[in-house]
Ligand binder design. Structure first.
Ligand code: IPM
Ligand code: MG
Length: 359
């Protein structure tokens, strides 16, 4: 089986962590057919657009996409810029119809003290934030700013169709069946019409999954319960914007943003009959540490493991990567972001090598 992978490293630490994930894949002796292209801020510099046509085509022609991170300080300081690095990832999600974003949050025992939360709270956390990824406030129209100071106004639109909600929730119930059989749907049905529609569609669907425990939760309460008792959750299904926020919050259960992988999936299948997907760490481009060789590559490496599992059915090899990561952590190896007294701090490349040595 030839794994045709589009590698889109992006900006900041993206290229550093992508290179290490590819090295881990190579160490598994897989038949890789890798194609790379610039996206994000570096593509804007070169081509004037964050998602050049040829990069999009690479992604469309691939079985799976490995994506680093996008964003540059220049654009962070200019929120009114209309060409933005983030358009690369948003454009790919939309163009490939990757409507479901899986963000697993699992606490490694070795990292219990890396979390700012008490070990007895985070121990045993094993949940997935299932975030809707192609609708909601990220894509709703109208969106924009009008007027001049002091009379400017801006608008964003949250909109969802029943079909967009249903396909995400079906994925939630199906995922729960292979796990702890619980779905928590987080919305703001007390305030938002879209939240009430999410709830209504979920209540219809739950009838078809009597074997799965279902609960509604307000998204704000969910944010609180995540820190109070994370073990109570299995699948948290939620709309795009809430999923973005809740997943950054949940990363602290795992100790660091640098530990969390993600998979973005649609219903389309690749040449091998598995879901085409895009795999990226949930962390950003982290320009403050870019180019220093200190970024934690584990979220990117774990994203590559998710790719093997979801887009190629290589469950065995995915498990090997995940176990190698756990062993490296058990051996006291850390990157700077998760370091604690008594552990050995490694750079990006050394950490990836430690994983390779333990495959
Ligand atoms: C994420 C990121 C993106 C998002 C940004 C980079 C557009 O925060 O993947 O969580 O908001 O979806
Ligand atoms: Mg985010």
């Amino acid at each position: 089986m030839v794994l045709r992978i589009a590698v889109l490293p992006g900006d900041g630490i993206g290229p550093e962590v992508c290179a290490e994930a590819v090295r881990v894949l190579q160490a598994l002796n897989l038949d890789l057919d890798i194609h790379t292209a610039d996206v994000g801020g570096c593509a804007i510099e070169r081509f004037g657009t964050a998602l050049p046509e040829h990069a999009l085509r690479l992604a469309q022609d691939a079985d799976a996409v490995l994506f680093g991170a996008v964003g540059t300080p220049r654009f962070d300081q200019d929120p009114s810029a209309t060409v933005r690095p983030e358009q690369a990832i948003l454009g790919l999600r939309k163009a490939l119809d990757l409507f479901a974003n899986l963000r697993p949050v699992r606490t490694f025992d070795a990292l219990l003290d890396a979390s700012p939360l008490k070990p007895e709270i985070v121990r045993g956390t094993d949940l997935i934030i299932l975030r809707e990824l192609t609708a909601g406030a990220y894509f709703g129209k109208p969106q924009g700013q009008v007027g001049q100071p002091p009379d400017r106004s801006a608008v964003d639109t949250t909109s969802y169709t029943e079909a967009e909600i249903r396909r995400l929730l079906i994925m939630a119930f199906e995922l729960a069946r292979g796990r702890k059989r619980k779905v928590t749907q987080a919305d703001k049905a007390n305030v938002m019409a879209t939240g009430r529609l999410w709830r209504a569609v979920a209540h219809e669907l739950r009838e078809e999954y009597p074997d799965v425990t279902y609960e509604d939760m307000y998204a704000d309460a969910c944010a609180m319960h995540l820190l109070r008792n994370p073990r109570n959750f299995d699948i948290i299904a939620t709309e795009n914007l809430f999923g973005d926020i809740l997943s950054d919050e949940a990363s602290m259960l795992a100790g660091s943003l640098g530990m969390l992988p993600s998979a973005s999936l649609g219903d389309a299948l690749n040449r091998h009959g598995y879901r085409r997907g895009l795999y990226e760490p949930i962390h950003g481009a982290a320009h403050d540490i870019a180019g220093q060789g200190v970024a934690n590559p584990l979220a990117m490496i774990l994203s590559a493991a998710m790719m093997l599992r979801w887009s190629f059915g290589l469950v065995e090899q995915a498990g090997r990567i995940e176990r190698a990561v756990a062993r490296a952590l058990d051996d006291g190896l850390r990157c700077r972001d998760i370091a604690s007294p008594g552990t050995t701090v490694l750079g990006t490349r050394e950490m990836a090598q430690a994983v390779i040595d333990r495959l």
